[in-house]
Design a protein around this ligand. Sequence first.
Ligand code: ADP
Ligand code: MG
Ligand code: MG
Length: 254
Amino acid sequence: MSTLDIRDLHVSIQTEQGSKEILRGVDLTISQGETHAIMGPNGSGKSTLAYTIAGHPRYTVDSGSITLDGQDVLAMSVDERARAGLFLAMQYPVEIPGVTVANFLRTAKTAIDGEAPAIRGWSATLRDSMTKLRMDSGFAARNVNEGFSGGEKKRHEIVQMELLKPKIAVLDETDSGLDVDALKIVSEGVNRVKDETGLGVLLITHYTRILRYIRPDFVHVFVNGRVAEEGGPELADRLEDEGYDRFLADVEAV
Ligand code: ADP
Ligand code: MG
Ligand code: MG
């Protein structure tokens, strides 16, 4: 069983005014089979955490560590992180002109497994995964993220996750821009991959809505660059009723 361990992580970005610290000592441990929700107000640093795990060059780790089964993730390239079993679905996925979904997925699978999947079995697997997410077969021939609707982007992410079989997936605002039907389909997809592969999930969200469909084992409230409170699913229910005001008042008082 794999474990992603984040210890006292401090991350900054460079702005025109100089260096700005965004993450101010984050501690989190996510094991395979567990679902952790990170919830918090806008601007609290949730996406910064996701990008830092992904290895985005814009974010500078000033101190602390991220390890996967004891291996130093921060020393790994973006590709190495994926091969090690980390999967990142980003809030703003990029277009890849001229690369079809089918080719993109096959290339990614080949890169991660170190060998190309057998053609016949692969086509069936891809078709099956797309069918379960209620995507029509023409989708595989489209260019990655080009003109995708919000729902199509998210479904495409879940297809990637199902085919690449990561150990730990970070899903940043997977619920943003989805109507209830799409939210249910995407959530079912996440739950199915969890059941099939024992995936560990770090689900980042501002809203509690998706947590009705993907039930977290642990909830972490993120405020001002660190975890302000932790609990079980009942904490999400409280946030649904009370919002983040209580935490923000604490920040202002500091
Ligand atoms: P969240 O995902 O919780 O809304 P973010 O991680 O996106 O929060 O942002 C945290 C803070 O860092 C915000 O104050 C935001 O303005 C700042 N920030 C993040 N990325 C950048 C960036 N690329 N340039 C300037 N400021 C940034
Ligand atoms: Mg610290
Ligand atoms: Mg964000």
